[in-house]
Design a binder for this molecule. Structure first.
Ligand code: SF4
Length: 387
């Protein structure tokens, strides 16, 4: 069995660009973000331009992309002239293939008609809004700057200009009840969205929420309530025609996020910006998470990469099944075998049998799928498969 390096990785057809700027850091956020450092924006724009130029020259041409995802941070926090310059730089350094998907993450408080015009004029055709909730009290707990009312208005406004609108919602916030969450879901389902991702609030080390929970200032929602909230989301969105296609994601027909699908299917991707992680030619590399270190390195013509790791065929196969099983339709082991040369079915026969015996996965020939119970324990399944 082949367990060494993979032979022929295809060229990436996806790219992720990280924009680190935010107005302030929300208490639960541990992303690579700089809050209230707009003074770094021009240096960032120059650095991204240089990093992308380097990427194109290594590849000998502008990479051809099916999906481009601009995330953060808050990309739309860039003021309009800078936003325009930034998007033009991306446009110059990538060639977008026919039928491309270009997503921009955005926060409701930054959206203006002019910014939407600039975004759609340059080619952005999908907007992912960090809504989190429509409930002002919950938004205040989460330290978000917008109101529930403005969130709903902005969704309408964006949909008129760029009709492919995704929103993120958070559940299990401190003090949240199932009926409060039901109201968030009801409002979301009534709005013109094509896609929604729901995440239960997690308390990450290094965040102020983590410290406050330890001090007893914030209390976690109990597990049974969290599961009830998750299931309610599935029910409400199914009734609204948003199909549950991945553990945290729901989409109208034809609107699954193609960029995320590329990650979950184990496809390679380029990345640029502070803390951005790429997967190219069997190598996983991550840029420095600190924006100032990233900027200094690029400005000094040094490599911005902080970590790199070569992925063996076996790791690629294992990740293929661990991430692939997050898809509600399941994952095909024969496809992973064809892509990586690794026969996961034999190599992981034991853990697969254990997960089956625990009622977490169903196996039909080469097809693996989470059971209704397994959907609630997707992280446990992934951990078991990653070894
Ligand atoms: S807006 Fe998003 S990226 Fe920025 S600090 Fe808040 S959670 Fe983090």
């Amino acid at each position: 069995m082949e367990t060494g390096f993979l032979m022929n990785w295809p060229l990436p057809r996806s790219a992720y660009i990280h924009v680190p700027f935010c107005r302030h850091r929300c208490g639960y956020c541990n992303f690579s973000v700089v809050a209230d450092r707009d003074d770094l924006m021009d240096r960032y724009l120059a650095a991204i331009d240089r990093e992308l130029e380097q990427l194109a020259s290594t590849a000998n041409r502008a990479p051809v992309l099916d999906t481009l995802f601009v995330g953060g941070g808050t990309p739309t926090h860039l003021p309009i002239e800078r936003l325009q310059r930034f998007l033009q730089s991306l446009r110059r350094h990538f060639e977008l293939a026919e039928g491309f998907e270009w997503t921009m993450e955005a926060n409701p408080e930054d959206i203006t008609a002019e910014k939407l015009e600039v975004m759609s004029g340059i080619g952005v055709n999908r907007v992912s809004l960090g809504i989190q909730s429509f409930d002002d009290r919950k938004l205040a707990v989460l330290e978000r700057s917008h109101s529930g009312r403005s969130a709903a208005e902005v969704i309408q406004q964006v949909a008129e200009q760029i009709p492919n609108v995704s929103i993120d919602l958070i559940f299990a916030a401190p003090g949240e009840t199932v009926s409060a969450w039901a109201e968030d879901l009801r409002i979301a389902a009534s709005l013109p969205i094509t896609h929604v991702s729901t995440y239960s609030l997690t308390y990450e080390k290094g965040t102020s929420f983590w410290t406050r929970r330890h001090r007893g200032d914030l209390s976690e929602v109990d597990e049974s309530t969290e599961i009830a909230m998750y299931d309610l989301g599935r029910e409400v969105f199914a009734a609204a025609g948003l199909l549950h296609y991945e553990i945290s994601s729901f989409a109208k027909s034809g609107y699954r996020c193609r960029h995320n699908l590329a990650y979950w299917q184990g496809d390679p991707w380029y990345a640029a910006g502070p803390g951005a992680a790429a997967f190219v030619d069997g190598q996983r590399v991550m840029n420095h998470r600190s924006t100032t270190t990233y900027l200094k390195r690029i400005e000094n013509r040094e490599n911005p990469i902080a970590e790199s790791e070569t992925i063996s065929a076996e790791e690629a196969g294992r990740e293929g099944v661990a991430f692939g099983v997050r898809m509600i339709d399941g994952v095909d082991l024969s496809q992973i075998h064809a892509r990586t040369g690794v026969d996961i079915g034999s190599l992981y026969a034991r853990p697969l049998e254990r997960l089956q015996a625990q009622g977490l996965i169903r196996r039909t020939g080469d097809h693996i799928q989470l059971t209704a119970r397994g959907i609630h324990f997707a992280d446990t399944v992934a951990r078991e498969l990653l070894g």
